[in-house]
Design a protein around this ligand. Structure first.
Ligand code: AMP
Length: 213
């Protein structure tokens, strides 16, 4: 089963993708993670996209489609979760083509709905374990008092460079201008299911499972 988690920054796509990976043995393909990795390892492409990402703008379709194509050709999976991809209509068309070249299809697009005030509050309070990527929130899921990640026990946490109020404004605008048209696109294809992304992690998880099973 191949699915897309679609939603604005801070909707909880990464958190739910990690749960699906654990529970269903699916493979998460996050273009944001791939780009951050390229930036950290200092590849030529990573250096090229660093400023664009820091500002909160989208990198070119060509780059992210290339990243996804490479992963689809090399990873074997019991289904892919596309997290943060596609983000534009050309990316959505390209994904459809890539999957059909592999004799596969897109089974469901889960739209995660969260209101804008909640997104801003979530993102500015978010930190991530440097060891395993577990996501914490200063208000709703604080880092444990012993300073150790509940998932892997590491004690280093970081905040994303683009998780600040200024970049977030641009990321939200990019979402509404370029990504939100995908909601109509997948609705018209009969693939869209929407869930309320504002509740407890386990409630959102159950709502998603209800659409996949
Ligand atoms: P994310 O981790 O999904 O929030 O992505 C972080 C940043 O990476 C975005 O703000 C964009 O600059 C870039 N990015 C990630 N995925 C895409 C994509 N599919 N298309 C264009 N830019 C992307």
């Amino acid at each position: 089963m191949n699915i897309i988690l679609l939603g604005p920054p801070g909707a909880g796509k990464g958190t739910q993708a990690r749960i699906l990976v654990e529970e269903r043995g699916m493979v998460q393909l996050s273009t944001g993670d791939m780009l951050r990795e390229a930036k950290t390892s200092g590849t030529e492409m990573g250096n090229r996209v660093a400023d664009v990402m820091a500002r909160g703008e989208l990198v070119t379709d060509e780059i992210v489609i290339g990243l996804i194509r490479e992963k689809l050709q090399t990873e074997k999976a019991n289904g892919f979760i596309f997290d943060g991809f596609p983000r534009t209509l050309p990316q959505a068309d390209a994904l459809g083509d890539l999957l059909s070249e592999m004799g596969q299809s897109l089974d469901r697009v889960i739209e995660m709905q969260v209101d804008d005030d909640a997104l801003v509050a979530r993102i500015t309070a978010r930190s991530t374990c440097a060891g395993c990527g577990e996501v914490y929130n200063d208000n709703t899921k604080p880092i444990p008092s012993d300073g150790k990640c509940t998932n892997c026990g590491k004690t280093e946490f970081s905040r994303r460079a683009d998780d600040n109020a200024e970049s977030l404004k641009i990321r939200l605008m990019e979402y509404y201008k370029k990504t939100s048209p995908l909601i109509g696109y997948y609705y018209a294809k009969g693939a869209l299911s929407s869930v309320d992304g504002l509740g407890e992690i386990s409630d959102v998880q159950a709502a998603i499972a209800g659409h996949l099973d």
